[in-house]
Design a protein around this ligand. Sequence first.
Ligand code: CMP
Length: 140
Amino acid sequence: AVERTLSIVKPDAVAKNVIGQIYTRFEAAGLKIVAAKLKQLSRAEAEGFYAVHKERPFFNALVDFMVSGPVMIQVLEGEGAVAKNRELMGATDPKKADKGTIRADFADSIDANAVHGSDSAENAAIEIAYFFASSEVYGR
Ligand code: CMP
């Protein structure tokens, strides 16, 4: 089915100037960018976005990192977009990510891991609504 997923190019990858290289991978895989914004997250916004991880030991480091610079946030649309984006990203820990994935090629550590992608269609809907009004998403 045609799905949507939320993708974030994290501060490390924005700072490395590889937004375009990452977008090229989405497009080459048949994913269409149907909404996008470059944004400096506030602490409250980053904490709210990652609220499910609030009790995890890495929560504070994750929030510190996500507010360390602007992020590029986009909605990707396409056949099986959630799984397709996760395949393109590779494992959360870049040391475990398959060769040729975004994280293997651009990420430095489990924190500075270049990209975020929704893990399910349900969470994608929640994450998309967190950053975009429906009027800002230009899908089919
Ligand atoms: P992301 O997909 O954005 O979701 C939560 C983030 O927490 C994850 O990517 C990692 O960058 C970060 N993180 C740091 N440590 C861990 C960990 N041990 N397990 C999962 N995620 C972690």
